[in-house]
Write a new protein. Structure first.
Length: 175
C-alpha cells in the first residue's frame, strides 16, 4: 500500500498532495505474466465507474512502453466487451511512496495474535511490509485464496498451531 502518480515529495495519508492510493506489485514474470496481472486488475474493480476523487481513482501505472501497450490494449478490449467507457486511467509510473506502517497489511492487523507472531519475526516495520508470508496471510484473511491453497502454504507461513487453525477456519468460512 502506498501513493503514486503525483508530484509531492513524501506524501502521507493526511498530506497526500496530488497522489493516488495504490499498490505496488513485484512479480516474477516466469510465474505470472503482466497480461494475467492486468486481467486480475480489471476483474477486481468496476472500470466503468468514475472515481469520486484523485485519492481513490483507479489507475494502472506502467513502467515501459511494452507495459503501456499491453495495459491500453487490455483496457480497449474490455471497453469493447462491456460496451462502456472505461474510466480507469493508464499512466506512466514515476515513483512509489510506501504508506505509513499502520496502513500496511490491513487484514493481518485486524488479527492481533497473528500480527504479533509476524512482528516477532520482523521487528522492523519495513521487513513486515516486505514479507511474502505476511502478504499471503493478509490476502487469505481478506478473502483471497482457497482451502486448498492454504493447505499448500500453511506450513511455510511461520504461524503457531493455533494461528494455523484460525487461518484455515477463516478461509473455509469465506469459501
Amino acid at each position: 500500500m502506498g501513493y503514486a502518480g503525483g508530484a509531492k515529495e513524501n506524501p502521507t495519508y493526511h498530506n497526500l498532495g496530488d497522489h493516488t492510493e495504490t499498490l505496488q506489485i513485484d512479480y516474477d514474470p516466469s510465474k505470472i505474466s503482466y497480461e494475467k496481472l492486468l486481467d486480475l486488475f480489471w476483474e477486481e474493480h468496476d472500470p466503468s465507474s468514475r472515481s469520486w476523487s484523485r485519492q481513490y481513482k483507479a489507475v494502472v501505472f506502467y513502467h515501459d512502453e511494452e507495459q503501456k501497450r499491453l495495459a491500453v490494449a487490455s483496457r480497449d478490449r474490455l471497453a469493447a466487451k462491456l460496451g462502456k467507457t472505461i474510466h480507469t486511467e493508464v499512466l506512466p509510473y514515476s515513483h512509489f511512496f510506501a504508506a505509513e506502517d499502520y496502513h500496511q497489511k490491513y487484514y493481518l492487523r485486524q488479527h492481533r495474535q497473528m500480527l504479533r507472531q509476524f512482528q516477532q519475526y520482523y521487528p522492523q516495520p519495513a521487513d513486515l511490509m516486505n514479507s511474502t508470508a505476511a502478504a499471503r496471510v493478509n490476502g487469505y484473511l481478506g478473502g483471497y485464496g482457497t482451502t486448498a491453497s492454504v493447505k499448500t502454504d500453511i506450513e511455510q507461513l511461520g504461524l503457531s498451531e493455533a494461528a494455523r487453525e484460525e487461518l484455515s477456519e477463516r478461509v473455509r468460512n469465506k469459501e
